[in-house]
Design a protein around this ligand. Structure first.
Ligand SMILES: Cc1ncc(C[n+]2csc(CCOP(=O)(O)OP(=O)(O)O)c2C)c(N)n1
Ligand SMILES: [Mg+2]
Length: 376
């Protein structure tokens, strides 16, 4: 199938006071400030990907901040682990056990916010990532595990294993051999619940990608048997929403959403430059960027109903309420289900035989009827 083209917009930050933009600019601000405070890190990519993360978490991803290990959650792997401030900002805003103080301790010894995402250190982080390409491999493995468990345990009317695996990859990720091999296998196995997002910013650590890279990534993935979507403007929330919704509707093969972004979006002097990859923007540039993004450097005086935290956490508590083309997928369902161990070919937990699946009681469990989305 041909990639779906959307408009290629000029990267001029527009003044927008909507709550969406406030949330997105808050992610950007947290990333800029944390890296600046640490005097180390990668601000540009989180700034560019803030809209994508916002749309994914608000409208598509299924998760429960009160129970990060809930089995039914979707998995999200940030293969571009250097952009971890993106993930920390979203986890903080959506109510995971990650405080603002931990964001302020970004990259400090013993903090929950290490310089690259680490599984087991930060609630909500699914995989330790940093070596480029590896997170893509992790995600393919997770999607493969999901498909395998679903084949073993699910029975008609009882889709007890039913979640998506998302990954976010940068140029370096798709250059690495491990991602080629893993994505080839994913295409061969038709892992329809695997959705990749490729940050097509055309910048790497040393300069523009055309120094070393001229692949046609869309056609490469299509040759692997993937469905490919294109979003020409990484700030176009409607296009991002539609592309992710389309990817979720494709169930017979994995999907890749290619998003054209601009590293350090909004920064007057660092946008679209490799300098924004792995160094603080600088105090003055942060100030200018905040002004340009209509985000005053002083703390917001918005009432809670207009605050990014209220918006992000309210959405998580209420469940996903799409404003675009996405379906009505809840962010929480019955919480949680643990799978018992099994041996041989006997599918434990099957309603037709084997050991019943135990429902682990959980102090934060909310009893509410399970809602079954058409697809993850
Ligand atoms: C396997 C591997 N080789 C090298 C590196 C060092 N490294 C970190 S980021 C990066 C490239 C950055 O470019 P890109 O992936 O496009 O990220 P962006 O700057 O767009 O965020 C490199 C080579 C790495 N992390 N892993
Ligand atoms: Mg890049």
């Amino acid at each position: 199938m041909s990639p779906r083209a959307t408009s290629a917009a000029a990267p001029t930050p527009a003044r927008d006071t909507s709550l969406d933009q406030l949330c997105i600019n808050t992610i950007r601000t947290l990333a800029m400030d944390a890296v600046q405070q640490a005097d180390s890190g990668h601000p540009g990519t989180p700034m560019a990907l803030a809209p994508l993360a916002y749309v994914l978490w608000q409208r598509h991803l299924r998760y429960n901040p009160a129970d990060p290990d809930w089995f039914g959650r979707d998995r999200f792997v940030l293969s571009a682990g250097h952009a971890c401030m993106l993930l920390y900002a979203v986890l903080y805003l959506t109510g995971y056990d990650l405080s603002l103080d931990e964001i302020k301790r970004f990259r400090q010894w013993g903090s929950r916010t290490p310089g690259h995402s680490e599984r087991g250190v930060t609630p909500g982080v699914e995989a330790t990532t940093g070596p480029l390409g590896q997170g893509v491999g992790n995600a393919v493995g997770m999607a493969l595990a999901e498909a395998h468990l679903a084949a073993l345990f699910n029975r008609p009317g009882y889709p007890v294993v039913d979640h998506c695996t998302y990954f976010l990859a940068s140029d370096g990720d798709v250059m690495e051999g491990v991602s080629h091999e893993a994505c080839s296998l994913a295409g061969h196995l038709k892992l329809g619940k695997l959705i990749g997002m490729y940050d097509d910013n055309r910048i790497t650590i040393d300069g523009k990608t055309d120094l070393t890279f001229s692949d046609d990534t869309a056609r490469r993935f299509e040759s692997y048997g993937w469905h490919v979507e294109r979003v020409g403007d990484g700030n176009d929330l409607g296009a991002l929403d539609a592309a992710l919704a389309a990817a979720r509707r494709i169930t017979d093969r994995p999907s890749l959403v290619i998003v054209r972004t601009h590293i350090a979006y909004g920064s007057p002097h660092k946008q679209d430059t490799p300098e924004a990859h792995g160094a603080p923007l600088g105090v003055e540039e942060v100030k200018l960027t905040k002004q340009r993004l209509s985000r005053a450097s002083s703390r917001s005086t918005s009432p809670r109903s207009r605050s990014p935290i209220g918006a992000a956490r309210g959405s998580a508590a209420r469940g996903s309420r799409p404003t675009g083309a996405s379906s009505t997928r809840p962010t929480r369902r019955r919480t949680p289900t643990s799978l018992p161990s099994w041996s041989g070919g006997s599918p434990a937990g099957s309603p037709t035989g084997g050991t019943p699946i135990s429902r682990r009681s959980h102090p934060r469990r909310r009893r509410r009827p399970a809602r079954r989305p058409a697809r993850c």
